[in-house]
Design a protein around this ligand. Structure first.
Ligand code: CP
Length: 315
């Protein structure tokens, strides 16, 4: 594997999930693969889980890891080709990515969307420029439109905790005070549409995701109906795809509560985290027996390790 930016980069999804679960049982079995190899994790935006889980995954594989918070510690990056750099930007991504490639065997990049210009965000300009100029394998640590390491960890969690062979999985929109990217729901939808699950998306009218990611899903605007008898309920806020980045008021009732969960007593509640308590998800759910959010975050290590292992094997 040379690039991991979406489910489409995975040849065999069940095999990758199985690999992650095997690594969970025996984390240090492949330390020889990463010996004298360097992973550079480049963050243009904040992170807790992705940073630490990917770092731990690489250490488990015997790699050296360098983390650069390029937004705070690096030179201000210029992204536009042909720019006359007489403003605030100091280094062009062409040189920055090229130089990082000289120091690394694999690079990870996190870069959120601006949520102002849909065409620009959905072109994945920053991630693609890293791929083009660093000339080493690149793993997405969440890009403008997808969060594949999160989605793989989510699928690993579902596979591990399911009690029926084809579980009912529901992605439900949740309230928030800020416009958030569509990367997590896009990615989760794209992975679920290729997994052996019965997949439904529930959101208020106006929050339709780009159809490229949701083909094959059942989409409804009634949350109660969607979550009935669910095995897994994935809670996440996102801003509108059309008009891009918009947030409409009046959907506060979409926060999941224990009362709503009475319709799905066996459901496990998932969230990628960070979560705003009592806005996106109630305390009673997060602290209750149906929440698996910490377990899910723990699986980020094994998802990242499975991907890095494949990349190391293909170097
Ligand atoms: N879920 C997730 O990616 O968390 P971080 O933003 O903290 O990395």
């Amino acid at each position: 594997m040379k690039i991991f930016s979406s489910v489409n980069d995975v040849k065999d999804i069940p095999a990758l999930v199985g690999e992650a679960l095997k690594l969970k049982k025996d984390p240090f079995a492949f330390q020889h693969l990463g010996k004298n190899k360097t992973l550079c994790l480049v963050f243009l935006n904040p992170s807790l889980r992705t940073r630490i889980s990917t770092q731990k995954a690489a250490l488990n594989l015997g790699m050296n890891v360098i983390v650069l918070n390029i937004d705070k510690e690096g030179w201000a990056l210029e992204l536009k080709d042909g720019a006359i750099m007489n403003g605030t930007t100091v280094e062009h991504i062409r040189e920055a990515a090229g130089v990082m490639g000289e120091y690394s065997d694999i690079i990870g990049v996190r870069s959120f969307p601006g949520l102002k210009d849909r065409e620009e965000d959905y072109s994945e300009n920053i991630f693609n420029k890293f791929v083009e100029f660093c000339k080493v394998p690149v793993v997405s640590l969440e890009s403008a439109t997808r969060h594949p390491l999160q989605s793989l960890a989510d699928l690993v969690t579902i596979e591990e905790l399911k009690t029926v062979s084809r579980p009912k999985v529901v992605l439900t929109w949740a309230p928030h005070i800020k416009p958030l990217p569509q990367a997590v729901p896009n990615s989760f939808a794209e992975w679920m549409c290729k997994a052996d699950v019965d997949f439904t998306i529930a959101h208020p009218a106006g929050y339709e995701l780009c159809a490229d990611f949701t083909n094959g899903a059942t989409i409804i605007h009634n949350q109660d109906e969607a979550i009935r008898d669910a095995d897994f309920i994935y809670v996440k806020n996102w801003s509108a795809y059309e008009p891009y980045g918009a947030v409409t008021s009046g959907n506060e009732g979409w926060m999941l509560t224990n009362e709503k969960l009475t319709q799905s007593p066996n459901a496990k509640v998932m969230h990628c985290l960070p979560v705003r308590r009592n806005l996106e998800l109630s305390d009673e759910i997060l602290d209750g027996p149906q929440s698996v959010v910490i377990h899910e975050a723990g699986n980020r290590v094994w998802a990242a390790q499975a991907v890095l292992k494949q990349m190391l094997e293909d170097l």
